[in-house]
Design a protein around this ligand. Structure first.
Ligand code: 5GP
Ligand code: MG
Length: 178
């Protein structure tokens, strides 16, 4: 398979300008509340680091490893929790961060688990990117950085077979037979 970045979708400065706006919005929502952010690894590592440094609130950070893609371009449809334990979120207001909302399965499974098993007092979600497509499950994110068409993207945390995460921007990846 030959892969190449077809085009840049979101430049670095555009992403950072939007993170400023999201941070202001989240500060208003969570001011005076016991906020715990749960960042889904590895995809939301860059998003979380850049967004949370802009939020002037006494928040806690936890991480969860969840997978459904197994390195390819198509979701397997099965959401796997890599650890059996959950972060301590009982009675906390939880904001789950992920890089992208695609089928909705990942965030749906994570939010349910934090709410029911974790006994969080509230669970909302924030994604950097949201694909414009029908979800496989009835789930919508509460806060969204950017909407995009149904294309496979990499960069700013998003990978293809483990690569491209460290790009400073988001681009469309095309993969064709050799
Ligand atoms: P969902 O469970 O909503 O189908 O998918 C969420 C996960 O699938 C994301 O956290 C991300 O890891 C992966 N994913 C979905 N769409 C893309 C994409 O366009 N590019 C990359 N690199 N990963 C994606
Ligand atoms: Mg992911």
């Amino acid at each position: 398979m030959r892969e190449k970045i077809e085009r840049i979708l979101l430049e670095e400065r555009v992403i950072h300008a939007r993170l400023d706006e999201l941070a202001r919005e989240l500060e208003l929502v969570y001011a005076g509340r016991a906020l715990t952010v749960v960042a889904l690894m590895n995809g939301s590592l860059w998003f979380a680091a850049d967004l949370l440094r802009r939020i002037d609130l006494p928040l806690r950070l936890e991480t969860l490893r969840v997978s459904s893609y197994h390195g390819g371009r198509e979701s397997s449809g099965v959401v796997q929790f890599e650890e059996s334990w959950l972060p301590e979120v009982k009675g906390r207001e939880v904001l789950v961060l992920d890089d992208i909302l695609d089928s909705g399965r990942t965030l749906d499974a994570v939010c349910r688990r934090l709410l029911h098993a974790g006994q969080a007092s509230s669970v909302r979600s924030c994604v950097l990117l949201r694909k414009n497509k029908e979800r496989a499950v009835p789930f919508e994110a509460d806060y969204v950085g950017f909407d995009l068409e149904d294309e496979f993207v990499v960069g700013f945390g998003l990978d293809y077979q483990g690569r491209y995460r460290n790009l400073r921007w988001v681009g469309v990846l095309s993969v064709s037979p050799p």
